[in-house]
Design a protein around this ligand. Structure first.
Ligand code: FAD
Length: 342
């Protein structure tokens, strides 16, 4: 699965988020093979990396589905088409040969050639905004400073400090208060940028003594040994310090979104997004398409369901590139059915 090599396929999909995964299915239904490359070690994009246990309510047909469960369903839906996943490697370059085909180079040394490329790279190489605390790297080896919560159970009985004032900080404070030994929420203001009902619940738990609301304070320093956190030092605007005993710090300061190498692909961009023709999802480079969060056009809605429709549009637009001269008759999946194995 994750070997280094030079090979050909029909379509290279950059990004194994929900939209990239659905593109595998759409392409497969039209008889096209896909290789999917992702910088992360597991498929799922933002859903798996940022909010796997959060319920999503606006996926058609699922009144409520947890983000990781949606990814599992999408992988199951794509499975009949045997997608080739190249994970844990970043796409570092995209070049076009004299014959019009594209070659995608990865940080692991792969060179994958294809008639078409679908960029489904979300917000690009996304990563958390890290607080500027001296020596924080020493605590980031998985033991003490976490930027994502993957499994709530891992926090049972732990002393947790959450920093931030947005939805993630507030939602995780509410959730982890049910399992943690203690939860402190550090925010530089006493008002939060979260859903009003969540903020109300947070303040109710604080009043009941189940969450320590540390406001208005900011992170100042970390104390611990050998990568294990023991306390978080916070300071208010007057410089008064408080020590919060803690095993784990969860800084939720949002995501840094950088296109990374995608910015150098030579595609037309608009404020860190790739501009596309909405009917086909074609970018400014012939044979290169963009779908999902990374693609933009007037009126774009950054939703998973929008990305699904874009995947279908791109697959239909790519078909003549992969199968030139072959007529494509539009068919419903109920008519076409699933192949045993294409
Ligand atoms: P992503 O999920 O961002 O996946 C892109 C993938 O591309 C990533 O895995 C990344 O590693 C990879 N990548 C990027 N650059 C490279 C590169 N150079 N090489 C290799 N790989 C690369 N949307 C909804 O519709 N409903 C909701 O309820 C909802 N709730 C949300 C809650 C939270 C907390 C968050 C953060 C988002 C939520 N969203 C929701 C938004 C939704 O998650 C995104 O719209 C969706 O993930 C976009 O999917 P995508 O496949 O386009 O990109």
């Amino acid at each position: 699965m994750s070997t280094t090599s030079a090979f050909e396929t029909d379509i290279v999909i950059i990004g194994a988020g929900p939209v990239g995964l659905f593109a595998v299915f759409q392409a497969g239904m039209l008889g096209m093979r896909c290789t999917v490359v992702d910088a992360l070690d597991a498929p799922g994009g933002q859903c798996s990396a940022l909010y796997p246990e959060k319920p999503i309510y606006d996926i058609p047909g699922y009144p409520r589905i947890e983000a990781q469960a949606l990814i599992d369903r999408l992988a199951e839906q794509a499975a009949p088409f045997d997608p080739d996943h190249r994970l844990g490697r970043q796409v570092s370059a995209l070049t076009q040969g004299d014959d019009g085909r594209w070659t995608v180079a990865t940080s692991a040394g792969d060179r994958i050639t294809a008639r078409a490329v679908i960029v489904a790279a979300g917000c690009g190489a996304f990563g958390p905004n890290r607080p500027p605390l001296a020596g924080i790297e020493a605590f980031e080896d998985g033991r003490s400073v976490h930027y994502y919560v993957r499994r709530r159970e891992d926090y049972r009985g732990r002393r947790i400090v959450i920093a931030g004032g947005g939805d993630s900080a507030v939602d995780w404070a509410l959730s982890l208060a049910e399992v943690a030994a203690s939860v402190a929420v550090v925010h530089r203001r006493d008002r939060f940028r979260a859903a009003p009902e969540s903020e109300r619940q947070l303040k109710a738990l604080a009043a009941a003594g189940r969450i320590d609301l540390v406001v208005p304070y900011q992170l100042d320093a970390l104390e611990g040994q050998g990568g294990q956190l023991q306390a978080v030092i916070v300071r208010d605007l007057d410089g008064n310090a408080r020590q919060l005993d803690a095993d784990i710090l969860l800084p939720f300061f949002g995501l840094a979104m950088t296109l990374g190498p995608i910015a150098d692909f030579g595609l037309n961009l608009d404020r860190n997004h790739i501009t596309v023709a909405p009917a086909t999802m074609a970018t400014s480079a012939p044979g290169v398409f963009a779908i999902g969060d990374i693609a933009t056009y007037p009126g774009k809605l950054k939703l998973i369901l929008t990305g699904f429709a874009e995947a279908a549009a791109a697959a239909h637009a790519i078909h003549p590139l992969v199968h030139p001269g072959q007529a494509l008759h539009f068919e419903y999946s109920t008519t076409r059915g699933l192949p045993d194995k294409r």
